[in-house]
Design a protein around this ligand. Structure first.
Ligand code: NI
Length: 525
């Protein structure tokens, strides 16, 4: 069927609008069998599909929204590197991210253990990399921002595709291979709803009910019949599988209209017995069809409705702090900063520094110093830090009777719990003086350290950094005292230095994934 022959069947106004490229408007109401008021010109006057990309669900945003926890992971043995984000308040999304990372690590077929790198590794630069899901696979394996060690192995990278309404969509790409050969390259799209905590994979074909392609096809054919001026039959013969494929493809690649409906571009080749009876063999060009908001909702599954309703809206923002994200220290190289003997005159300053850097630490506090400092304790808990007992008066527990040692540690724990509204589960013996009998009597893990900065000897700020940042291993516990001004003054640089080496800063309990074993604990590994 030629363009001229269909032109004969159409009124001049429709012809002016461009016969086969015309936009049809569908509504929620059942399609009328009566000859339709032909080809509403209003819809052809409205923006063409290309013009609505700003509101489309697929619109790309290159800036990561505020409040996400930007991450990076690197491992030589597993030949693995990853850039990713966690979303505070959506643990389900974060578990999907961890699963994606583990799957990529598994590709290496090597046993895995978290690793940190020497200073100057540059791993403090974290989070998604703009455009990296569109780079060539070899570029992902070669660029310093994303490459695995030695530029071969597995690389995971991410891109925030959209953040609108309450929904964030993040694409995660896994590439494996070398500069000579790429053996694996997949990109998966995930969504997270910061309001409901829902999360999952976005499969564009699963956003629609199974009946949607047939409905779209039927309405399109009826409109083409109406556009020809013929009477529209009440029902049509069922579409062939190839006709349904055209409609399915149009739905998957549809874009959102500003009013919440969709534009679906049905490819050339639409045909039906009814059209053929009218002398219309097959459409030769794409037929853009506009589907109303209500109809699109009826055709959509739940996730499809959520994505379309949130699209184009202002992002509501991440409400939970990044400290709420549960980090897996079997996957990430974790380290615990600990501060003893406070609260003191510099504790509030230290909290401000750690808050600005989104870093978590553990404070072993002296019970007698708690009164008058309750607000500082509450602030520490609110910022995601952990508090532990350091006895009432900083006594050497090994010089006490068992019952007095036990009550000393427990009284301080009680005072800290009362002030902070958070149960204390750990203690640190002053001077590290402890034995197994005391641990059993106290019945709490005794937290020691793997790195002693000796900050109480006042070695100076540069020395404090040298004694902490370069020497700690994954799973390590670093000892500082927040009653020394130099220790507090270098905290920001210590945090940045550790992150540069690839570390995650966690509390002692997080270092053990919430299950600190009873006993004398100096490090995780
Ligand atoms: Ni102490």
């Amino acid at each position: 069927m030629s363009r001229r022959s269909i032109a004969r069947m159409l009124p001049p106004r429709a012809l002016a609008a461009g016969v086969l490229g015309i936009a049809l408007t569908l509504t929620a109401a059942p399609v009328s069998a009566a000859p339709a008021p032909v080809l509403p010109l209003a819809s052809t006057a409205s923006p063409a599909p290309a013009g609505i990309s700003a509101a489309a669900t697929s619109s790309l945003i290159t800036r990561t929204p505020k409040g996400l926890l930007r991450e990076r992971l690197r491992n030589t043995r597993a030949r693995f590197a990853a850039r990713f984000v966690y979303i505070p308040g959506v643990p389900k999304f974060n578990r999907l991210v961890d699963h994606e990372l583990r799957a990529a690590i598994h590709l290496s077929k090597q046993s895995y253990r978290p690793q940190a790198f020497p200073r100057g590794a540059g791993l403090g630069d974290r989070g998604c990399v703009a455009d990296s899901t569109k780079w060539s696979a070899k570029r992902v394996l070669a660029r310093a921002a994303t490459a695995p060690p030695g530029k071969r192995g597995a690389a995971v990278t991410c891109e925030v595709r959209s953040a609108s309404g309450s929904v964030i969509q993040v694409a995660m790409r896994t590439v494996r291979g070398s500069q000579r050969r790429v053996v694996h390259d997949t990109t998966r799209l995930y969504y997270a709803d910061v309001k409901t905590g829902a999360a999952g994979r976005v499969l564009k074909s699963k956003l629609w009910h199974s009946f949607a392609p047939k409905s779209l096809w039927t309405v399109t054919v009826k409109r083409l019949i109406a556009a020809s001026g013929a009477e529209v039959p009440a029902s049509l013969a069922d579409p062939s599988p190839s006709q349904l494929r055209i409609a399915t493809h149009a739905l998957i690649h549809s874009t959102r209209t500003s009013s919440g409906g969709i534009w679906a571009d049905l490819g050339a080749g639409i045909t039906s017995p009814e059209l053929r009876a009218l002398g219309i063999a097959k459409t030769k060009e794409a037929t853009p069809v506009r589907v109303s908001h209500a109809t699109a909702d009826r055709w959509s599954r739940k996730l499809g409705v959520l994505l379309r309703h949130s699209a184009g809206k202002r992002f509501v923002g991440v409400k939970q702090p990044v400290s709420k994200v549960q980090l897996d220290c079997r996957l990430l190289p974790c380290v615990a900063l600990t501060y003893d003997d406070g609260p003191g005159p510099y504790t509030a300053r230290l909290l401000r520094t750690l808050r600005a850097k989104h870093a978590r630490a553990t404070f072993f506090m002296v019970g007698s110093r708690v009164p008058g400092n309750e607000a500082i304790l509450r602030r520490a808990v609110k910022d995601g830090h952990e508090l532990g007992s350091h006895t009432m008066d900083h006594a050497d527990l090994t010089m006490r009777s068992l019952s007095s040692a036990r009550s000393d540690v427990r009284r301080a724990a009680k005072a800290i719990t009362a002030a902070s509204h958070r149960e204390v589960r750990l203690f640190r013996p002053p001077y590290g003086a402890i034995d197994d009998r005391i641990i059993r009597a106290v019945d709490m893990p005794a937290i020691l350290w793997s790195v002693d900065t000796n900050d109480w000897r006042e070695p100076g700020r540069a020395a404090l950094i040298e004694r902490s940042v370069p020497v700690v291993d994954p799973g390590g516990i670093i000892l500082f005292h927040d009653i020394h001004v130099d220790s507090v003054a270098v905290a920001g640089r210590v945090v940045l230095g550790l992150r540069d080496r690839g570390f995650e800063l966690v509390t002692v309990s997080q270092l053990f994934d919430g299950k600190v074993p009873l006993g004398r604990i100096a490090a995780r590994y």
